[in-house]
Structure formats: C-alpha cells, structure tokens
Design a binder for this molecule. Sequence first.
Ligand SMILES: Cc1cc2nc3c(=O)[nH]c(=O)nc-3n(C[C@H](O)[C@H](O)[C@H](O)COP(=O)(O)OP(=O)(O)OC[C@H]3O[C@@H](n4cnc5c(N)ncnc54)[C@H](O)[C@@H]3O)c2cc1C
Length: 617
Amino acid sequence: MVPSGVRLRAPAPGWAIDADVVVVGSGVAGLTVALRCAAAGAKVTVVTKARLDDGSTRWAQGGIAAALGEGDTPAQHLDDTLVAGAGLCDEEAVRNLVTEGPDAVRRLIATGARFDTAPDTGEILLTREGGHHRRRIAHAGGDATGAEISRALVDAVRDAGIETIENALVLDLITDAAGRTAGVTLHVMGEGQRDGVGAVRARAVVLATGGMGQVFSATTNPAVSTGDGVALALRAGAEVSDLEFVQFHPTVLWLGPDAEGQQPLVSEAVRGEGAYLVDADGVRFMQGQHELAELAPRDIVAKAIMRRMREQGAEHMYLDGRHFGAEMWAHRFPTILAACRAHGIDPVTGTIPVAPAAHYASGGVRTDPRGHTTVPGLYACGEVACTGVHGANRLASNSLLEGLVFAERIAADIVARPAGPGAPVIPVPSRFPLLAPEARYEIQRVMTAGAGVLRSADSLDRAAAALRRIQHTAADDLERDGKTAEPCVETWEATNLLTVARVLVEAARRREETRGCHWREDRPDRDDAIWRRHLVVRLTPERTLAIHTTETAAFPPTATLPDPADTPGGASGTTQGAASGAAPGAATAPAAAAGAGQAPRPHGARAAGPASPEEIS
Ligand SMILES: Cc1cc2nc3c(=O)[nH]c(=O)nc-3n(C[C@H](O)[C@H](O)[C@H](O)COP(=O)(O)OP(=O)(O)OC[C@H]3O[C@@H](n4cnc5c(N)ncnc54)[C@H](O)[C@@H]3O)c2cc1C
C-alpha cells in the first residue's frame, strides 16, 4: 500500500473529534455497520453528505433477494448470481452472500423493517426479477422497499443514540506515520461549532458512500452518488477494481433527449409481474432472444433495447403493463404509478416510454471477505465496494443484500480489533487543482457519449482525450495564473467525478471484449482465455494509474498488500501509466502476478495509447 499523497485541495481542519469508528455514508451499508458496531460497544460517528436518508437506498424499489421461499436454497441463489456475473464473480464472496443473506434479512426485520406479507399466512411475499429462476425478492410498501429499509435503519440509529453528522462531505483519509487509518477530514455545511473543514479521528473508517451514477448524464442514482468514496480510496492508495462494469438499467422512464441527472426507475419487478417490452410497432422483441425473455439479466435486456433503438432510429422503447389494471398498479407499484403520472404518462391506459440509464457500479474499492481494503483500517461496504460478489454484472436485488451481509462482517471485524493507530498525520494541503462546478456536466456528457451502454475503442479514446483536456485545462489555469476553483462541495464533487471517470474509461479501454454489462461494439465476444480476470487500479504518488490484472477470476484475498516499492520488480519497475501503452498483465503487486501462459494480450501497439503517463488528481 502506497498512499498517493494526492489530496483534495481544502483548508486545514479547524476542529477535531474522536470516535472508534467513522462510517462515511448512511445507506443500508453504512447504517447497518454503525448499528452493529454500536451494539458491540464501539463509539461510532456516522458522517453523511446530505440528510441521513439521502442515497440510493431510499430509492430502491424492487426489493432484496434472499433464499427465503419454500423450495428455494442458497445454492440456487448462488447459481443465478454466478450466471449474471458472467464468469467474474468470486465464488466465495457469493457463497457468503447467499448463505448469510436470509438471516441478515431476518435481522433487518428484527431491526424494524416491515416487508409485505400475505394477509392470511403472514409469510413474506416474494416476487421475481431478471436473472432469478425463483421468486426470492422480498419487498416493502409494494415498490418502496428502499424507503422502508431506510426508515427502519434511520429510526434504529436514532434510537441507539449513535452520533450522526449530516450535511458533511468527507474529503480524504487521515493516516498515521505508518500508513494506518487514523480518521477522515470532512467539510460540514452550515453553522455551528463544527462548521467548515474538520477531522474525525478514528482507528477504523468504513466507506459506505454508494455509487457513481452521476458520472453519466442520465442515471437512476441520486445527486449524492458522485463516486467520492472511490476517489478518496484511490487518493489514499487503495486498490479499486472492475470499474468498467457499470450496470445500465434497461427500463428507466424516458423523459426526453435532454433529460439530465436522476431519472425515475421502472423496476424490474414490473416485468417480474408480467409487463412486457414492445417497440413502436407493438412487437415483443425480447421473445426468442433469451429463455427468460423480458426477465433475462439486465445487460441482455439493455443491449436488446439499444439494438432495437438503433435499428429503428428510436429514442426509446415501451413497457406495456396495461393488463395489470388500475387496482394492481395502485397497490403493487404505487411509487412507479405516481412517477409516471407526474410526467403525464398513465401506465393503466398507455405504454411507458423507457430507455437504459446508468444504474449500478458493480466495481469499486477492492475488498476481502471482511471488507478490508488494501489500506490498513480502511473498510469499504455496499455499492462503493468491490467484494467480488457481482462480477461483470449484478444480479437484480443483490445489492441491498450485499450491503447488509458485508456490513455485519465488517462490524464483526472492527469490534474484534482493539488496536488503534498512532498519532494522525494531518495531510499537507494539495497542490493540485479543483475543477469548476460546471465541469460536472461536461464530464457527464463525455461519459454518456463515450462510455455508455455502447462502447468501442474509438468512443473510449475520444472520452479519454476529452477527460484529459478537462484535467489539463484546470492544471494550466493553476500553473499560469495561480488560479483554481474555490474549494466547495460542487468543486470537490466535480474533481471526484473526473477521477472516477478517468479510471472507468481506462479500464473499459483495456478490457477488449464484451462481458456482462461491459459491451464493446468493436469486440462483441466474450474472451475467457484472456479476460476472465479483474482489472485492478491504484493511484501512484506520481499521480499516474498503476493497472494490473488478477491471475484468475477469483478475487484474491486482499490482506493489505506489501508496499510495491519494497518488492522485487515493484512500483518503480512495473508501474504503468494508465495509458502509457504498456501491457496490462504486468503486475505492480505480488497478488497480480500474471498466470503462466495466460497473460493478457499486449496492448503496446495500440495506437490509442497516449504517449505520456496519465495524471489524475
Ligand atoms: C432507483 C434505484 C432503485 C434500486 N433498486 C434496487 C432494488 O430493488 N434492490 C437492490 O438490491 N438494489 C437496488 N438499487 C441499488 C441499491 O439501492 C444500492 O446499491 C444500495 O442502496 C447502495 O447502498 P449503500 O449503502 O452502499 O449506498 P447509498 O444508499 O447510496 O448511500 C450512500 C451514502 O453515502 C453518502 N455519501 C456519499 N459521498 C459522501 C461523502 N463524500 N461524504 C459523506 N457522505 C457521503 C450519501 O449521502 C449516502 O448517505 C437501486 C438503486 C436505485 C438508484
């Protein structure tokens, strides 16, 4: 582990408080870690960017997957998850998920979450979603599962008296002199004792910052999902993995060609209950494409929709659920019905215009089965993490479950480790520029055009060049006039978005195949011989990206990696500038030594590779 030394430009902390554990983020993952740590006696502080219930969790509709139904088993859930993951799931991680999942859901119910139950038997009602061969999705309030989970967890956190700091954006990790986690710096918006930049000192930091959907123009993710946790982890020297695997949800309400930001989702559960996809001529185009038709895994459905849109020159397709009737729409899907009607669409009498939009980050900060990242004392949980559970594509409704199961694992690990770090070393102010707030929209447009559902070497090269220009313009302004954007939430978020966008594009350029939710038009086939492995990225002190591939599809245990500078052939010899044109199989750490005879094909001759190392900040 080598801290990059790169930080967000920010004032020095003006205040500090202490805790045993800082949890960054208040979705299902963060609040579950907080509750379980607090129950074991740890002093927990939850820091969250907006209000406690702002995050993707609140928006989750369909439900949470677990083998709770009669005849269903964790083994069947495992099979479906592995199929969706397209050869890149870590089987041990999935086994942990599916075997511990049912009890984790029961504990969530014991915490106060109320799921929909059959009035006569009281049993939890289960629905089906894409890729599941059984009804195993528990839901609440019809299609308001996330809102109910969030309500229950927020209530429990308040009842437990856990300290929470809302409207506080976490900036960077603080470490001690030995590189162990010692807390975070954060900026609190608002008035009061803890106004402005401060620090929370703690021996364990849990990143639970959710996804990065805001890196694209149209997404189902809320405004807070700007990839802050991944960017922070990179700056702290942690490894991230699988960022190229962005799941685009196939059925997002289409609100016009210029719609930007968070868009309403039309849950897969609507198809699970029998709605089907049609084109403008009323033809059911999913039939014959997959044995599960409309309930095929999401990438299959998203691709089929995009193909049909291209063939017909259409901007969207249609979802037809008119046969449900008014009563079923009102009781089973009240949220979706209201969202449609708010935009002048009535699903009871008409079809719903839908198109794919960015939905879920399958990759993230690389962790082992106990949530450790490669930085000692830094954990990652929920959507920000890459546990190996999702592989190249997440199975529907496995993410809330992942948040729950791995939160409990992390809490157990934290409370079992009493040792604290040494004195925190307060980071020196960064020399690197911040981006102006408007850069956010430019990044989103670049990413949607070049790294969206349809990708190719050309589109990704164009995206990489455009992102580099954004970076260089900011750096040139700083060098020439000493000017950079003022530190504030918008400029920190834009800077984080650029960091994750550049890593995502670089990984997508390197993965020269089509797999799971990564669809390369120029490489339409899955290439197991070469690419059944993960791309792992970290940020070097020189602000370049070091990229390597794992030996196999399994996620190697991430005990904190040795400092590559101390290992033979370490950082100085093998670190690759993200786009330096070097072969991607070469390793920067022992865990990444390329498998004998299986090294990925060299990319050295690829014309697209820029000549100089990629700089990131
Ligand atoms: C519309 C929609 C529908 C979905 N439906 C389902 C479903 O039916 N089933 C399912 O399993 N999954 C679903 N998902 C995915 C699932 O909701 C998420 O993956 C999951 O809720 C993520 O939980 P989390 O705790 O990791 O992050 P989130 O719930 O996103 O929480 C992240 C938290 O981190 C905070 N944060 C971010 N950056 C910072 C920072 N710098 N400083 C401080 N705080 C920060 C945010 O404010 C937020 O509190 C859906 C997602 C969306 C968007």
